[in-house]
Design a protein around this ligand. Structure first.
Ligand code: TYD
Ligand code: MG
Length: 453
């Protein structure tokens, strides 16, 4: 078979050239050209989703509600929005060794009890997987295994055995005959993902692609991969702690930012149904530099301890380091703390950390960060059994957050007795065993803490 002609297309502008150059001749960007297939092979332009000819009026299209199947792993189903959808393509990204292969093997083993499945491995040998299955107590699960990295053969296998759910572990190890570049190159990853997506839609089978994460945290391969697939899931967590979180970044069939929580044990991943108290350091006595925030992950309130350490600069420029919280936001909060709270960290190193390897992107954590920093710099602990939440604005005002009542209730359930929250989140009804104080500004919040300490 003659090889298809290859072209180089620009990741930035989409322009094409027959020869690779460092700079795109169309838009002038550097290092954006990647190998792709020549446009001449028109058969390649098959739409990703099913399409019909001509236009139709929206009301005339029957809205078929998506039917879902449960995987049997409740936490995984929760992230997917209630189960997997036939024909959906999911991308699961995460650091090496975080547990992607383990999670998917466990999931397929559950699904295989009453459906046909296929696990394609390009990284580990079948024997290695059998060993893992044994360790997980899944050696008897009827999951069909295939050790293969050549895309066309995988597509043929999918068409032949018609599984309902397929796992490709990982997309970076697969290659298509149509391209000459090595597996893992941008062109290959994109081509393989597109072909697998087409096949998944055509046969109505759900596909999970495992994707590696590069050093700077993005799924290797072009961003376009995230556009091709229906759902993007990230597996996160601190490899030093046992907890693992699966988060939906994009989901065409359900909500995003829903969180699945697992614990890694010696017998694989165990689901954690009620994670609200996981991210507390367990250190109950009062220590300076610690503040608990009631944050919201998807639909569930989660209590997370935010720790801060403020220390005199050891020569050079003051450092601001944040683990699990947004670094830009930290800089802003320190400025607000200075201007509106009268607390100066200008000549101090500031480190903040969300306990347990969790990542908080919600601005509701602003107040907790600010108070943790304040507590560390004054070396005075905040009140015991205190939870806070609230977004902070540039003028020092404390803005309300969503679903304050629920956060307070969860905190009360976990034994917290005091809350410091935005004025506008004042609960309408009294909350059992919870003393709630409302504040409108950062300086007010600091005054309260000063009075209580
Ligand atoms: P793995 O699923 O291979 O990660 P990935 O596919 O994301 O690279 O997970 C491997 C890690 O999980 C490894 O460090 C060992 C650990 N592990 C357990 O702690 N318990 C277990 O039962 C299994 C199978 C793995
Ligand atoms: Mg793996």
């Amino acid at each position: 078979m003659a090889k298809d002609k290859t072209l180089y297309s620009c990741n930035a502008c989409g322009g094409q050239t027959p020869k690779w150059t460092g700079q795109c001749p169309h838009c002038g960007e550097w290092n954006t050209l990647v190998e792709s297939l020549a446009a001449a092979s028109t058969a390649r332009f098959v739409p990703l989703a099913d399409q019909r000819r001509g236009s139709v009026l929206l009301p005339d299209i029957p809205a078929v509600s998506t039917q879902r199947h449960q995987t049997g792993m409740a936490e995984f189903d929760r992230v997917l929005g209630g189960g997997w959808v036939p024909g959906a393509v999911m991308l699961l990204g995460g650091d090496p060794g975080i547990g992607k292969s383990t999670l998917l093997l466990q999931t397929l083993a559950k699904v295989a009890e009453n459906r046909r499945t296929l696990y394609v491995t390009g990284e580990e040998s079948l024997e290695q997987i059998a060993l893992r299955a044994q360790r997980l107590g899944l050696a008897a699960a009827p999951v069909e295994m295939l050790a293969e990295i050549q895309l066309e053969r995988i597509l043929a296998m999918m068409a032949e055995t018609r599984p309902e759910i397929v796992v490709i572990d990982s997309i970076q190890t697969m290659y298509s005959d149509a391209l000459q570049s090595a597996p893992g190159s941008v062109g290959q990853v994109r081509e393989c993902a597109a072909q697998l997506t087409r096949q998944a839609k055509r046969l109505g089978l759900a596909t999970v692609l495992v994707g590696h994460v590069t050093k700077d945290g993005a799924i290797a391969g072009p961003r376009v991969l995230e556009h091709i697939v229906d759902t993007v899931l990230y597996f996160e967590g601190d490899t030093h702690s046992n907890f693992r979180l699966v988060r939906a970044i994009k989901n065409r069939f359900g909500p995003v930012n829903e969180l699945g929580v697992f614990a890694m044990t010696e017998r694989g991943l165990r689901e954690v149904g009620n994670p609200s108290a996981l991210f507390l350091s367990g250190q109950r006595s009062e220590v300076p530099g610690s503040c608990v925030v009631a944050t919201l992950e998807g639909t569930r309130p989660l209590l997370v301890e935010v720790q801060a350490l403020v220390d005199t600069v050891q020569g050079g420029i003051p450092r601001r380091l944040s683990v699990g919280l947004e670094p830009q936001r930290l800089a802003m909060l320190l400025a607000v703390l200075h201007r509106h709270g009268g607390v100066d960290c200008g000549q101090q190193d500031v480190f903040i950390n969300a306990v347990g390897g969790v990542r908080i992107s919600e601005p509701a954590a602003d107040l907790a960060v600010t108070l943790a920093v304040y507590s560390s710099i004054t070396n005075r602990s905040l009140r015991d059994k205190l939870i806070v939440f609230g977004e902070i604005g540039l003028t020092g005002e404390i803005r309300p957050v969503q679903r304050g009542q629920e956060r307070l209730k969860e905190a009360a359930k976990m034994g917290f007795t005091h809350a410091l929250i935005p004025n506008m989140n004042k609960p309408r009804q009294r909350i059992e065993n919870m003393h709630v104080e409302c504040v409108a500004t950062v300086s007010e919040a600091i005054q309260r803490c000063r009075a209580e300490a």
